[in-house]
Ligand binder design. Structure first.
Ligand code: HEC
Ligand code: HEC
Ligand code: HEC
Ligand code: HEC
Ligand code: HEC
Length: 645
């Protein structure tokens, strides 16, 4: 382990770990005296292509970054022609990735990160604004070089479609050999993916998986790239480690020497942050795939067997890849990959639409509604829930059907929890576990199961930074994981997950277990319970952290953290989405059709159903227990009619 000069000097000035400061509620003035860490851009160096400021005057096609408006000219299907037919631009413009540099949560986190580790923003810009990074705009570590609206284009068409497979393969374009060799010669060939280690074609090309395109209208070559059908295409950004740290022999992580690249450049020696790609790589999805006979993923996928990220996140749909083909009536195809990259975020796009010119974002209310509906239904596909009544207990099992942990990705603010409400025979709620207030965003979750990851500081980092030991929301200072009970995917094994530092922390899952069971005591007199699995991307705790720790605005306006907070409030406080919800009735079985429980089925039961007509939980009239008293319940009474006293 390298513990060198700079660090010792810093710790000499560091305050002892402060007690009495509630974790996660630090005010800027309470933060460690030693911050920001004196890191430089060199600490964040990653192998792969390095930024290439646009040098070729007057030839936009040779620039590292080319506006999406170029691509939209042909790859957007104008709603005026047909608002049901989607081109890649139509769907991409409603993706979080399209707006990853406009995302106000990200901008606030970036500003805070620079107050914790100098120049760490340079690293953030790499993945969240890759074209601008490649064009050399990240040198200040903040967004001060982002002077044009186009600089905020996030993960853009050109970025993805110019990416080269890092692994040589005879099926890849022959051009790749020289590109990879040049990196090897320069000593910057990336041995491992992740951390934004991009390889772009230095010459403008449009690389995509299809080999049957008709006319090339690009003025740039179209190269057939099988890599675009592989999950490794997503790995460069969806596996993320903190290069400031190295692993010690005892498994803890410590800071490296300042002002120099990570000594081994192996991501597995670094502090993990998000490991979606590795989670997938060590699951059944990477090994033959998982078949979904119910077709919940993949759109028009021919077999329903899901393997790659693209299989689930770019489902095949009816559309046109190019507007000209559509006009000619020959370009409609049932298997255009959806570029909206639906995930879990239900509100940040609305905030982007609020804060940015629609001419720059391509967003409109209709598209936002479509995206919200798609995201909700995707979240509902992510899991299944089973309720079973045991003796005096209720068992709730949640099964993960995604290709990675559930939840996965960004560690902060995201959480999934069980809300359980018990009812008595009057239909009155007797007890609630996992309470959440949709009006205020407040919650009480310590009496229920919450699925989440929490990062922390150990004693060494606490001393160094002057922050308390334990939970932290800092992405660059965290050097330990204090909790990770997120549900693993199908094919999980402890040994494989330990090998990439993705093992559960403070919780255990058996090998192959991709579900989790929670037991609740059934209160005496409870006759039913309603159980709901909720998912939220931005918790109140996280947004308050951004608000309270954001540096002040230089011009005296609200800080970026305050703006993020206001947006969160304005757009429904990241309203939790119900992924699954079910009602269970306990034991006390009645004669079928005996709504009022008087021992026979007759006119009084018809009246009982009518009296509780409509939506109702645990009410007498809901004989088929579907959460409402309606015609179907009347039919049950009639079918079991005996008319006797
Ligand atoms: C995050 C990376 C990413 C971004 C951003 C992206 N694409 Fe794609 N694109 C892909 C991948 C991966 C595929 C292949 C998916 C598959 O076939 O499963 C693809 C497929 C395509 C295809 C082929 C469609 C067909 O006929 O099968 C076109 C055309 C295309 N993209 C254009 C665009 C345009 C235009 C944009 C911007 C508006 C864009 N892409 C943004 C990754 C991306
Ligand atoms: C002048 C019109 C035009 C412009 C501008 C344009 N494209 Fe295309 N592009 C096409 C056409 C036409 C095809 C062939 C579509 C087909 O036959 O399926 C195509 C195909 C592609 C493919 C190949 C997909 C595959 O695997 O078959 C990619 C990738 C692509 N374009 C990306 C882009 C990107 C990125 C931009 C912006 C930097 C862009 N295009 C700008 C017209 C255009
Ligand atoms: C250049 C980096 C980069 C690449 C390559 C990339 N992503 Fe992303 N992705 C991001 C970033 C950054 C975000 C976060 C955007 C935000 O929340 O502001 C993101 C977010 C997402 C989300 C979450 C959306 C939501 O609503 O929660 C999904 C799903 C996703 N990406 C899928 C993919 C897939 C599939 C691929 C490969 C085809 C891919 N990404 C390739 C950078 C990338
Ligand atoms: C079997 C289908 C499936 C596969 C394969 C899959 N995902 Fe997902 N993914 C989902 C579902 C469903 C969700 C929504 C639930 C959630 O947020 O975890 C999701 C969520 C996400 C999110 C948002 C996480 C969050 O909560 O912020 C990201 C990012 C993501 N996936 C990236 C990827 C990447 C990268 C791959 C490939 C390495 C991949 N996914 C493979 C189904 C899949
Ligand atoms: C290796 C690429 C990569 C780097 C470097 C990176 N991120 Fe991200 N970031 C992602 C991806 C991918 C996601 C999406 C994961 C998801 O949706 O759960 C994401 C999501 C986020 C989000 C969540 C946004 C939202 O709307 O909820 C924030 C905030 C964020 N990143 C901040 C940062 C900061 C601050 C840095 C620099 C210290 C940084 N990121 C560096 C890839 C990266």
């Amino acid at each position: 382990m390298l513990v060198l000069g700079g660090i010792t000097a810093v710790s000499a000035h560091a305050r002892p770990a402060s007690s009495g400061v509630a974790a996660g509620k630090l005010q800027p003035q309470q933060r460690g005296a030693a911050l920001p860490l004196p890191t430089t851009v060199n600490d964040f160096f990653q192998p792969g292509q390095q930024p290439q400021p646009t040098t070729i005057e007057g030839d936009p096609y040779q620039q590292m970054y080319s506006s999406i408006y170029n691509c939209a000219n042909c790859h957007k299907v104008d709603e005026a022609f047909d608002d049901r037919v989607m081109g890649p631009f139509n769907t991409w413009s409603t993706s979080m990735m399209a707006h990853s540099a406009r995302d106000v949560i990200w901008q606030a986190a970036l500003a805070i990160s620079n107050t914790e580790s100098s120049m760490s923003g340079e690293y953030c810009i790499r993945c969240h604004a890759p074209q601008s990074w490649a064009a050399g705009l990240s040198t200040t570590g903040d967004l001060s070089n982002f002077t044009d609206p186009e600089h905020f284009e996030g993960v853009s068409c050109h970025m993805c479609h110019r990416v080269v497979d890092p692994i040589a393969d005879i099926e890849n374009p022959v051009e790749d050999n020289d590109i990879l060799q040049a990196l090897v010669n320069a000593g910057t060939y990336p041995d491992d993916p992740g951390n934004g280690r991009f390889i772009f074609d230095p010459v403008d090309t449009r690389r995509g998986p299809e080999d049957d395109w008709g006319v090339n209208m690009h003025g740039a070559d179209i190269l057939v790239s099988p890599h675009h059908n592989e999950s490794t295409h997503c790995a460069s950004c969806h596996d993320l480690h903190n290069p400031l740290m190295s692993e010690n022999p005892d498994g803890s992580h410590s800071l490296n020497a300042y002002d120099s690249a990570h000594p081994t450049q192996s991501p597995h020696d670094m502090m993990p942050e998000q490991l979606t790609y590795s989670e997938w790589l060590n699951s059944d999805f990477a090994d033959g795939g998982v078949n979904f006979p119910d077709g919940r993923f993949g759109g028009d996928h021919p077999t329903g067997t899901m393997q790659s990220c693209q299989d689930c996140h770019m489902p095949k749909q009816y559309g046109a890849s190019c507007i000209f083909w559509y006009v000619d009536g020959i370009g409609l195809s049932p298997d255009i990959p959806d570029h909206s990259f639906v995930g879990a975020n239900t509100w940040v796009l609305r905030s982007v639409h609020d804060m940015w010119d629609p001419n720059d974002t391509g967003l409109n209310d209709e598209a936002l509604d479509r995206m919200s509906a798609q995201t909700e239904s995707f979240l509902q596909s992510a899991s299944d829930m089973d309720l079973v009544e045991l003796e005096d207990e209720l068992s709730v099992t949640v099964t993960n059907w995604t290709g990675h942990k559930l939840p996965t990705g960004f560690p902060e603010g995201r959480r999934m929890w069980l809300n359980v409400r018990f009812f008595d025979d009057e239909g009155t709620q007797m007890q609630e576990n996992g309470w959440y207030d949709f009006d205020t965003g407040d919650s009480l979750l310590d009496d229920t199961k919450v699925y989440e990851i929490k990062l922390g500081l150990d004693a060494e980092m606490a001393t160094l930074t002057g922050l308390p030991v334990g939970e932290t929301k800092s992405l660059t200072l965290a050097n330990t994981i204090i909790k990770d009970n997120r549900i693993p995917p199908a094919g999980f094994s402890n040994a494989a997950y330990e090998s990439f530092k993705g093992e559960p922390v403070g919780y255990s899952y058996a090998d192959l277990q991709h579900w989790d069971e929670t037991i609740y005591d059934i209160p005496t007199d409870a006759i039913a319970a309603q159980v709901t699995l909720y998912y939220q991307t931005t918790s109140k705790e996280y947004i308050e952290y951004l608000r309270d720790n954001s540096p002040p605005d230089e011009k005296g306006g609200p800080s970026i953290g305050q703006i993020a907070y206001d947006q969160w409030v304005m757009h429904g406080r990241s309203a939790p989405v119900a992924m699954d919800s079910q009602v269970i009735y306990f034991g006390k079985s009645k004669i079928t059709g005996d709504a009022n429980g008087d021992g026979y089925v007759g006119v009084d039961d018809l009246l009982a159903v009518i009296q509780s007509w409509g939506l109702c939980i645990a009410c007498d009239g809901d004989l088929n227990r579907d959460g409402r008293a309606d015609v179907n319940d009347l039919l049950i009474v009639i079918a079991n009619w005996d008319g006797q006293g």
